[in-house]
Design a protein around this ligand. Sequence first.
Ligand code: MN
Length: 250
Amino acid sequence: MNKASNPARRDFIRNMSKAAISTTLVLPVFSSIACAGESNTGDTAGDIDYTQQPLKYAYNTIEPVIDAMTMEIHYTRHAAAYAKALGEAVKDENVNTGSTTLPQLLSKISKYSAKMRNNAGGHYNHELFWRSLKAPEENNAPSGKLATQIQKDFNSFEAFKTQFTDAAKNRFGSGWAWLVYSNNKLVVSSTPNQDNPLMDLAETKGFPVLGLDVWEHAYYLKYQNKRPDYVSAWWNAINWDYVQQRFSTI
Ligand code: MN
Protein backbone atom coordinates (compact mmCIF):
# COMPACT_ATOMS: atom_id res chain seq x y z
CA MET A 1 0.00 0.00 0.00
CA ASN A 2 1.51 3.36 -0.84
CA LYS A 3 1.42 6.18 1.62
CA ALA A 4 -1.24 8.18 -0.23
CA SER A 5 -3.78 5.36 -0.01
CA ASN A 6 -3.15 4.71 3.66
CA PRO A 7 -6.45 5.16 5.54
CA ALA A 8 -4.72 6.53 8.63
CA ARG A 9 -3.01 9.16 6.55
CA ARG A 10 -6.30 10.07 4.89
CA ASP A 11 -7.84 10.48 8.34
CA PHE A 12 -4.87 12.52 9.39
CA ILE A 13 -5.31 14.86 6.43
CA ARG A 14 -9.07 15.02 7.07
CA ASN A 15 -8.47 15.85 10.73
CA MET A 16 -5.93 18.48 9.78
CA SER A 17 -8.50 20.10 7.47
CA LYS A 18 -11.06 20.10 10.28
CA ALA A 19 -8.50 21.61 12.59
CA ALA A 20 -7.83 24.37 10.11
CA ILE A 21 -11.49 25.40 10.04
CA SER A 22 -12.27 25.00 13.70
CA THR A 23 -9.79 26.43 16.15
CA THR A 24 -11.54 24.56 18.98
CA LEU A 25 -10.31 21.30 17.45
CA VAL A 26 -6.71 22.38 17.15
CA LEU A 27 -5.60 21.40 20.62
CA PRO A 28 -7.13 17.89 20.85
CA VAL A 29 -6.05 17.02 17.33
CA PHE A 30 -2.50 18.13 17.85
CA SER A 31 -2.17 16.55 21.26
CA SER A 32 -3.29 13.17 19.90
CA ILE A 33 -0.79 13.40 17.05
CA ALA A 34 1.97 14.31 19.48
CA CYS A 35 1.16 11.28 21.65
CA ALA A 36 1.21 8.90 18.71
CA GLY A 37 4.52 10.30 17.47
CA GLU A 38 6.21 10.07 20.83
CA SER A 39 5.19 6.57 21.72
CA ASN A 40 5.41 4.55 18.53
CA THR A 41 6.99 4.26 15.15
CA GLY A 42 4.36 6.17 13.22
CA ASP A 43 3.91 3.08 11.07
CA THR A 44 0.45 1.76 10.44
CA ALA A 45 -0.70 -1.65 9.28
CA GLY A 46 -0.12 -0.91 5.60
CA ASP A 47 3.45 0.19 6.12
CA ILE A 48 4.93 -3.25 6.77
CA ASP A 49 6.65 -3.98 3.50
CA TYR A 50 9.29 -6.39 2.21
CA THR A 51 12.30 -4.89 3.96
CA GLN A 52 13.46 -4.97 7.56
CA GLN A 53 13.04 -1.52 9.09
CA PRO A 54 15.49 -0.11 11.66
CA LEU A 55 14.35 -0.60 15.25
CA LYS A 56 13.03 2.69 16.63
CA TYR A 57 14.44 2.04 20.10
CA ALA A 58 17.62 0.68 21.73
CA TYR A 59 17.99 -3.06 22.37
CA ASN A 60 17.74 -2.47 26.13
CA THR A 61 14.52 -0.41 25.95
CA ILE A 62 12.25 -3.37 26.67
CA GLU A 63 14.23 -4.51 29.76
CA PRO A 64 13.53 -6.12 32.13
CA VAL A 65 10.74 -7.79 30.14
CA ILE A 66 13.04 -8.69 27.24
CA ASP A 67 16.80 -8.41 27.78
CA ALA A 68 19.05 -6.47 25.41
CA MET A 69 20.96 -9.51 24.17
CA THR A 70 17.78 -11.36 23.25
CA MET A 71 16.50 -8.29 21.41
CA GLU A 72 19.78 -7.88 19.53
CA ILE A 73 20.09 -11.53 18.48
CA HIS A 74 16.40 -11.75 17.66
CA TYR A 75 16.45 -8.61 15.48
CA THR A 76 19.88 -8.84 13.83
CA ARG A 77 19.96 -12.61 13.25
CA HIS A 78 16.57 -14.30 13.35
CA ALA A 79 14.40 -11.52 11.91
CA ALA A 80 17.10 -10.33 9.51
CA ALA A 81 17.36 -13.87 8.14
CA TYR A 82 13.61 -14.01 7.43
CA ALA A 83 13.78 -10.68 5.57
CA LYS A 84 16.80 -11.85 3.53
CA ALA A 85 15.21 -15.19 2.62
CA LEU A 86 11.95 -13.44 1.72
CA GLY A 87 13.94 -11.27 -0.71
CA GLU A 88 15.34 -14.42 -2.34
CA ALA A 89 11.95 -16.13 -2.50
CA VAL A 90 10.13 -13.22 -4.15
CA LYS A 91 12.91 -13.08 -6.75
CA ASP A 92 12.90 -16.84 -7.38
CA GLU A 93 9.10 -17.01 -7.59
CA ASN A 94 8.65 -13.85 -9.66
CA VAL A 95 6.59 -11.81 -7.22
CA ASN A 96 6.35 -8.19 -8.33
CA THR A 97 6.86 -6.44 -5.00
CA GLY A 98 6.01 -3.10 -6.61
CA SER A 99 2.45 -4.14 -7.39
CA THR A 100 1.82 -6.84 -4.74
CA THR A 101 1.81 -5.72 -1.12
CA LEU A 102 3.07 -8.09 1.55
CA PRO A 103 -0.47 -8.59 3.00
CA GLN A 104 -1.68 -9.38 -0.55
CA LEU A 105 1.07 -11.97 -0.95
CA LEU A 106 0.18 -13.49 2.43
CA SER A 107 -3.49 -13.72 1.39
CA LYS A 108 -2.53 -16.19 -1.38
CA ILE A 109 0.47 -17.79 0.30
CA SER A 110 -0.81 -21.34 -0.38
CA LYS A 111 0.16 -20.83 -4.04
CA TYR A 112 3.83 -20.39 -3.15
CA SER A 113 6.71 -22.45 -1.74
CA ALA A 114 7.34 -23.37 1.88
CA LYS A 115 10.29 -20.96 1.78
CA MET A 116 7.93 -18.12 0.83
CA ARG A 117 5.40 -19.09 3.50
CA ASN A 118 7.97 -19.32 6.29
CA ASN A 119 9.81 -16.14 5.43
CA ALA A 120 6.94 -13.87 4.31
CA GLY A 121 5.21 -14.80 7.57
CA GLY A 122 8.42 -14.58 9.58
CA HIS A 123 9.25 -11.14 8.24
CA TYR A 124 5.73 -9.67 8.60
CA ASN A 125 5.26 -11.10 12.09
CA HIS A 126 8.53 -9.68 13.40
CA GLU A 127 7.97 -6.22 11.91
CA LEU A 128 4.62 -6.19 13.73
CA PHE A 129 6.23 -7.50 16.91
CA TRP A 130 8.97 -4.80 17.13
CA ARG A 131 6.44 -2.02 16.60
CA SER A 132 4.15 -3.47 19.28
CA LEU A 133 6.76 -3.17 22.05
CA LYS A 134 7.74 -0.23 24.26
CA ALA A 135 9.47 0.46 27.58
CA PRO A 136 7.51 -1.50 30.21
CA GLU A 137 5.07 0.12 32.61
CA GLU A 138 2.74 -1.11 35.31
CA ASN A 139 -1.01 -1.33 34.65
CA ASN A 140 -0.40 -1.14 30.93
CA ALA A 141 -3.73 -1.36 29.09
CA PRO A 142 -5.45 -0.21 25.90
CA SER A 143 -7.76 2.79 25.77
CA GLY A 144 -10.23 4.32 23.34
CA LYS A 145 -12.04 2.34 20.64
CA LEU A 146 -9.81 -0.72 20.99
CA ALA A 147 -10.55 -0.95 24.72
CA THR A 148 -14.28 -0.63 23.99
CA GLN A 149 -14.12 -3.38 21.35
CA ILE A 150 -12.17 -5.68 23.70
CA GLN A 151 -14.79 -5.07 26.38
CA LYS A 152 -17.56 -5.86 23.88
CA ASP A 153 -16.02 -9.05 22.45
CA PHE A 154 -14.39 -10.52 25.59
CA ASN A 155 -16.50 -8.95 28.38
CA SER A 156 -13.41 -7.52 30.05
CA PHE A 157 -9.74 -6.77 29.48
CA GLU A 158 -8.87 -9.37 32.14
CA ALA A 159 -10.91 -12.04 30.33
CA PHE A 160 -9.13 -11.17 27.08
CA LYS A 161 -5.72 -11.39 28.83
CA THR A 162 -6.56 -14.82 30.19
CA GLN A 163 -7.68 -16.12 26.80
CA PHE A 164 -4.63 -14.68 25.00
CA THR A 165 -2.24 -15.96 27.67
CA ASP A 166 -3.72 -19.46 27.37
CA ALA A 167 -3.32 -19.36 23.57
CA ALA A 168 0.34 -18.33 23.96
CA LYS A 169 1.10 -20.92 26.65
CA ASN A 170 -0.68 -23.76 24.87
CA ARG A 171 0.77 -23.28 21.40
CA PHE A 172 2.82 -26.45 21.13
CA GLY A 173 6.34 -25.86 19.83
CA SER A 174 7.08 -22.67 17.91
CA GLY A 175 4.46 -20.18 16.85
CA TRP A 176 2.51 -17.05 17.63
CA ALA A 177 -0.52 -15.97 19.65
CA TRP A 178 -2.78 -13.37 18.04
CA LEU A 179 -5.48 -10.82 18.67
CA VAL A 180 -7.32 -10.93 15.34
CA TYR A 181 -10.14 -8.87 13.87
CA SER A 182 -12.18 -11.54 12.14
CA ASN A 183 -15.77 -11.35 10.87
CA ASN A 184 -16.38 -8.00 12.56
CA LYS A 185 -15.13 -9.00 15.98
CA LEU A 186 -11.95 -9.43 17.94
CA VAL A 187 -10.91 -13.01 18.63
CA VAL A 188 -7.84 -14.78 19.99
CA SER A 189 -6.01 -17.40 17.94
CA SER A 190 -2.60 -18.96 17.56
CA THR A 191 -0.62 -20.21 14.57
CA PRO A 192 2.28 -22.65 14.21
CA ASN A 193 5.74 -21.70 12.96
CA GLN A 194 5.63 -18.31 11.15
CA ASP A 195 2.07 -18.54 9.88
CA ASN A 196 -0.27 -15.63 10.57
CA PRO A 197 -3.98 -14.73 10.27
CA LEU A 198 -3.48 -12.93 6.93
CA MET A 199 -2.63 -16.25 5.27
CA ASP A 200 -5.30 -18.00 3.22
CA LEU A 201 -4.45 -21.23 5.00
CA ALA A 202 -4.82 -19.88 8.54
CA GLU A 203 -7.44 -21.57 10.71
CA THR A 204 -8.65 -18.15 11.93
CA LYS A 205 -8.35 -15.65 9.08
CA GLY A 206 -8.49 -11.93 9.69
CA PHE A 207 -6.43 -8.86 10.46
CA PRO A 208 -3.67 -9.37 13.08
CA VAL A 209 -4.04 -6.48 15.52
CA LEU A 210 -1.44 -7.78 17.99
CA GLY A 211 0.92 -10.76 17.92
CA LEU A 212 3.22 -12.43 20.44
CA ASP A 213 6.25 -14.44 19.35
CA VAL A 214 6.43 -17.62 21.45
CA TRP A 215 9.38 -19.21 19.68
CA GLU A 216 12.07 -20.09 22.23
CA HIS A 217 14.48 -17.69 20.49
CA ALA A 218 12.22 -14.86 21.72
CA TYR A 219 12.70 -15.62 25.40
CA TYR A 220 15.08 -18.51 26.13
CA LEU A 221 18.17 -16.55 27.31
CA LYS A 222 16.27 -14.90 30.16
CA TYR A 223 13.36 -17.24 30.81
CA GLN A 224 14.75 -20.62 29.68
CA ASN A 225 11.83 -23.06 29.59
CA LYS A 226 9.47 -20.73 31.49
CA ARG A 227 7.31 -19.46 28.63
CA PRO A 228 4.42 -18.49 30.97
CA ASP A 229 6.72 -16.03 32.82
CA TYR A 230 7.71 -14.39 29.52
CA VAL A 231 4.06 -14.12 28.43
CA SER A 232 3.04 -12.67 31.77
CA ALA A 233 5.85 -10.05 31.73
CA TRP A 234 5.13 -9.10 28.09
CA TRP A 235 1.77 -7.50 28.99
CA ASN A 236 3.67 -4.59 30.58
CA ALA A 237 5.65 -3.91 27.39
CA ILE A 238 2.84 -3.74 24.82
CA ASN A 239 2.75 -0.49 22.87
CA TRP A 240 -1.03 -0.06 22.98
CA ASP A 241 -0.84 3.22 21.07
CA TYR A 242 0.59 1.35 18.09
CA VAL A 243 -1.89 -1.50 18.46
CA GLN A 244 -4.74 1.02 18.62
CA GLN A 245 -3.33 2.67 15.49
CA ARG A 246 -3.38 -0.69 13.66
CA PHE A 247 -6.92 -1.30 14.81
CA SER A 248 -7.99 2.11 13.49
CA THR A 249 -6.74 1.23 9.98
CA ILE A 250 -9.14 -1.70 9.60
MN1 MN B 1 11.06 -14.50 16.52
